[in-house]
Design a protein around this ligand. Sequence first.
Ligand SMILES: CC/C=C\C/C=C\CCCC/C=C/C(=O)SCCNC(=O)CCNC(=O)[C@H](O)C(C)(C)COP(=O)(O)OP(=O)(O)OC[C@H]1O[C@@H](n2cnc3c(N)ncnc32)[C@H](O)[C@@H]1OP(=O)(O)O
Length: 365
Amino acid sequence: MANVLRNSAKFGFSGVLSQLSIHSRHGRECVSPCFSLQQRNNSTSPKIKVDLDNSTGVAVLRMQSPPVNSLSLDFLTEFCINLEKLEMDKSCRGLIITSVSTHTHTHTDTDTVTQSHKTMIHTITPPVCVVSQTLSKVSSTGLDIITLPVCVCVCVCLVSQTLSKVFSAGLDIMEMYGKSPERCGEFWKAVQEMWLKLYGSNMATIAAINGSSPAGGCLMSIGCDYRIMADNPRYSIGLNETQLGIVAPFWFKDTLVNTVGNRAAELSLELGLLYSAPDALKIGLVDQLVPEDQVLSTAQDTMSKWLAVPDHARQITKSMMRKQTIDKLLSNREADITNFVSFITKDSIQRSLRMYLEMLKSRKA
Ligand SMILES: CC/C=C\C/C=C\CCCC/C=C/C(=O)SCCNC(=O)CCNC(=O)[C@H](O)C(C)(C)COP(=O)(O)OP(=O)(O)OC[C@H]1O[C@@H](n2cnc3c(N)ncnc32)[C@H](O)[C@@H]1OP(=O)(O)O
C-alpha cells in the first residue's frame, strides 16, 4: 500500500492540473473560464465531480463524461488526481464511486450549441441566441451530411448533455485504435495507475453501479471493496474483453479471481461474459442489488458500517488481502506496458477493434 502511494506521488498536483482535459473526443470543450470557475469549488473537474461530506468523512465521486463515461487518458488523469487528493485528505475515510445521469457544461464567450441526439439546450441565461442559422455537419460515419439547427450564443449559456444509463463503458476504445505506440503506452500507464490507486486505496471504497459496467468499468467496480448494483434488466457487468478480440491483462484477471474465485473467473474471462445484475449477484461479482433510486443511499448506509471498523485494522487487513496482487503489477509495470503496446498495435487486433467500433455504431443505426 505504501508502495502504491509512493508510486503515485509522481503525479504532482500542479503538473497534473495543467494537463486537465480541455477537449474531449466528442468535441465538447471546456474552455478555460469554465475551469477557473470550477477551481473555486476545487472538488469538481470537467469529467468528475467529487463531494466530500466532512461530517461523515465520505466522498462521493461522480463520473460525468458523456456519452458513456469511457476511460480516456484525460478521464483517467482526472480520476487519479481526485483519488490522490482524497487519499491525502485525512478527513476522508470512505469513497463512493458512481455515475451522474446528467452532465452540465458551462460555456462562455461566443459559443456554438448544436442539437443532436445526446445534446439539448437546457437553460440559457440572457443575453443569448443572438443569431439563429442552420449548420451543415458531417455525421460521425463521415457519410451523411445532416442539417442541424444551431444557435450562436454570446455571453453565458448552460448546456446539459445526457449520459447513457452507464456506470462506465470501460476503456475508451478510441484510445486504442489507430494511435501511435507512444500514445498507447502513455494511455496504458494511466490505466495501471487508476487500478493501483483504487485497489490499493486506504479508504473504504464502494462502487454504486447505476448503469452498465463492461470491461474497464467492471475493473473499476471490482477495484472497490464493495459493489451495489441497480436491479435493472438493461444493465450488465463483466470483463468482456475476449468478445472484442482482446485479452484481459493478468491484473484484470487477478482482481476478478480475488472477487469471484478461480472457476467463475475462468468461465467469465474465456467467454467474455457480461452478466445481468441478478447473475452478477449469483457469482459474487456484485454484493447487493437494490432498486435504481436506492443505489446511492444504500451505498451511504453501507459505508457507515465499513467506517465503524477502526481504520488501521481495516487498512492493514485490506493490504494483507491485496498486496500480493498489487506487487505483481508494480514489479512488472514496464513489461506490461510493452506487452500492451505490442499487442494492441498489431494489425489483427486493430482490425478487431475497428469491427467492434463499427458494430457499436451500426447497432445504434
Ligand atoms: C497478451 C495480452 C497483453 C496485454 C494486454 C493487451 C490488451 C488489451 C487489454 C485491453 C483491456 C480492455 C478493456 C476495455 O475496457 S475495452 C472497452 C470495452 N467496452 C465495451 O465493450 C463497451 C462498449 N459499449 C457498449 O456496450 C455500450 O456503448 C454501452 C456501454 C452498453 C452503452 O450503450 P448505449 O447507451 O446504447 O450507448 P451507445 O452504444 O449508443 O454508445 C454511445 C456512444 O459511445 C460510444 N462508445 C461506447 N462505448 C465506448 C467505449 N468503450 N469507448 C469509446 N466509445 C464508446 C459508441 O460508439 C457511441 O458513439 P457514437 O459516436 O456512435 O455516438
